[in-house]
Design a protein around this ligand. Structure first.
Ligand SMILES: [Zn+2]
Ligand SMILES: [Zn+2]
Length: 381
């Protein structure tokens, strides 16, 4: 006979959950599974707030399962390990990112690309193989198969390191895969938010030249002086975009076609982190011939893709989502070696709804991280 969720998951847990598409988070009692042979259980100390948390609690992607405990930038300290766990021991500092499961037998999994497994299990808002809902890191503890546990090196701060588990790997993986993680490359980073600011840091650590492309001219000083970018391009301000609409897209198209389309740009690859609908043509125009525009943001509507600029310069538009577990570990180790962390604002658990409102307005520099370890318990009813 099938077991009830309570029987399958007897370990009491406490966190904050959204219970409907209003997205309002409130204290929530639930349970997690016992520590299996291959499982690692850890006390959550910090959890980053990713933009996907905001989309998900409000059901903006239409796939939300309630109640939902969000959070997939989770770090903490190991409290229990299963009999077959070799990767970590009690007391180790560890993290869990966006994934907690995959089939482990498909081509993707065999090649350490669990992130492209058609049967992946996400850390929250997903269904475990036992039929129960997965719950994320806005909670007191976490349990996951050791394959999905990332070791945190001693010199990596847990709070500022947490966002690497999603934001970090999301930009690191495509920089590597698309051949941009090399000295001498010129990399463009579109959008200077949670993903973008980490992309600049990784690109610089790879020895690349970095141009930040942002709609906010106010971010120029920050990009150049604080993050160490080499140059800054203010993409068109809204008024200018209106003018272009009035003059029609054709004017703009031909202007760029003659100016840049033959591969007269100067950037080898662009990491586009923007998750709102935006024009691609200006970005394609910045690329050298054979350049790559890599999308890592997730706009909820399709974007317009002009083809001529792709032909005239053999350009590629590509995508990428997070990274496999082996590469995620490699990324954290690389980050620790090069002192790369996210710029964060640490908040208490009871500030989370306000933080979500601020996140919606991009009013954060650059990632909120919830101090779960010190502030969650006090919110217990
Ligand atoms: Zn995320
Ligand atoms: Zn698989």
């Amino acid at each position: 006979m099938a077991q009830s969720p309570e029987e399958q998951h007897p370990v009491k847990a406490f966190g904050w959950a959204a219970t409907d598409p209003s997205g309002h988070l409130s204290p929530f009692k639930f349970s997690r599974r016992e520590t299996g042979d291959e499982d690692v259980r850890f006390k959550v100390l910090y959890c980053g707030m990713c933009h996907s948390d905001l989309h998900s609690i409000k059901n903006e992607w239409g796939n939300s399962i309630y109640p939902m405990v969000p959070g997939h930038e989770i770090v903490g300290e190991v409290t229990e390990v299963g009999g077959k766990v070799t990767k970590v021991k009690i007391g180790d500092k560890v993290g869990v990112g966006c994934l907690v499961g995959a089939c482990h037998s498909c081509d993707n999994c065999v090649n350490d690309l669990e992130n492209y497994c058609p049967k992946w299990t996400l850390t929250y808002n997903s269904i475990n193989t036992d039929g129960t809902i997965t719950y994320g890191g806005y909670s007191d503890h976490m349990v996951a198969n050791q394959r999905y546990i990332v070791r945190f090196p001693d010199n990596m701060p847990l709070d500022a390191g947490a966002p690497l588990l999603c934001a970090g790997i999301t930009v690191y993986s495509p920089l590597k895969y698309y051949g941009l993680a090399k000295a001498g490359k010129h990399i463009g980073v579109v959008g200077l938010g949670g993903l973008g600011h980490v992309a600049v840091k990784f690109a610089k650590a790879f020895g690349a030249k970095v141009t930040v492309i942002s709609t906010s001219p106010s971010k120029m000083k920050e990009a150049l002086e604080h993050l160490g970018a080499d140059s800054f391009l203010a993409s068109r301000v809204p008024e200018q975009m209106q003018v272009i609409r009035i003059f029609s897209n054709y004017y703009y198209f031909f202007f760029l076609f003659f100016k840049f389309a033959g591969g007269r740009g100067y950037i080898d690859g662009i990491i586009d982190t923007v998750s709102a609908v935006h024009p691609l043509l200006p970005l394609l125009s910045l690329l050298k011939s054979s350049g790559k525009l890599i999308m890592v943001g997730a706009p909820e509507k399709p974007l317009e893709l002009p083809i001529f600029p792709l032909l005239m310069g053999r350009k590629t538009v590509a995508g990428s989502i997070i990274g496999g577990m082996k590469e995620t570990q490699e990324m954290v180790d690389f980050a620790a070696k090069h002192n790369i962390t996210a710029d964060i604002e640490v908040i208490s658990m009871d500030y989370v709804n306000t933080a979500m409102e601020r996140l919606a307005k991009a009013d954060v520099r650059y990632r909120f991280v919830i101090d779960i370890g010190n502030t969650l318990a006090a919110t217990k009813p």
